[in-house]
Design a protein around this ligand. Structure first.
Ligand code: DX5
Ligand code: ZN
Length: 223
């Protein structure tokens, strides 16, 4: 795997030919598939569930599937996603009454676990669970829709989380989600992210490989 992971969000893919879209974006050099699950309750939109995850796996997708749960409650559906082939499952701490229990449930189901922070969600939820995290996902837009603009204060928040991860000495990936484009990915990398979700920036262009290559060229310039 690359050190920097490019994670196309299939929210912006053509759902009428999803298997082909995922094959193409992986062939174009993506590292993981970002799978946005919305429930029209925790967020104001409705998307896809375990059946679609399983269908992608059966279609032959071998790249890790990074399931971003924007649903409430979360626990009931976690084993279903694990059975459907999810590799990483992240959830929003506001959506679980027992954060530690939910993280443990993800791990016990055989998946990697992570917490997601909305732009306005404080980082104190990290305080006692760092040892249970494989990933921290910072939202740089309010969740629910693709194609929104990157919220600039996310860069400072990324720096804070990067420091927490480095101070902990733990192996935790730092993912950013929302408004990531070729022209801001370098600054996002420099603020500490190592995993980059991009939906409209990739699927909104005809040549996925060109976008991913351009993003990697920008990442290579980061200091
Ligand atoms: C937003 C989702 C994102 C979204 C990103 O709620 O979590 O993954 O698809 O889309 P872009 O890259 O278009 O902002
Ligand atoms: Zn997402």
């Amino acid at each position: 795997m690359n050190e920097n992971w490019i994670a196309p969000s299939i929210l912006s893919a053509n759902f009428a030919k999803l298997g082909e879209e995922v094959d193409n974006v992986l062939k174009a050099g993506a590292d993981v598939v970002h799978f946005d699950v919305m429930d029209n309750h925790f967020v104001p939109n409705l998307t896809i569930g375990p059946l679609v995850c399983e269908a992608l796996k059966k279609h032959g997708v071998t790249a890790p599937i990074d399931v971003h749960l924007m649903i409430e409650p979360v626990d009931r559906i976690i084993p279903d996603f694990a059975k459907a082939g999810a590799d990483i499952i992240t959830f929003h701490p506001e959506a679980s009454v027992h954060i530690d229990r939910t993280l443990q449930l993800i791990k016990d189901s055989g998946c990697k676990a992570g917490l997601v922070f909305n732009p306005g969600t404080p980082l104190h939820y990290l305080d006692y669970v760092m040892d249970k995290l494989d990933m921290i996902l910072l939202m740089s837009v309010n969740p629910g829709f693709g194609g929104q603009s990157f919220i600039p204060s996310s860069l400072g928040k990324l720096r804070e989380v990067r420091k927490r991860i480095d101070d902990s000495g733990l192996n935790i990936r730092l993912e950013i989600d929302g408004g990531v484009k070729t022209d801001n990915i370098r600054a996002i990398k420099e603020a500490g992210a190592d995993t980059f979700v991009a939906g409209s920036a990739i699927f909104g262009q005809p040549d996925y490989k060109k976008v991913i290559d351009d993003m990697r060229a920008e990442l290579a310039k980061a200091v």
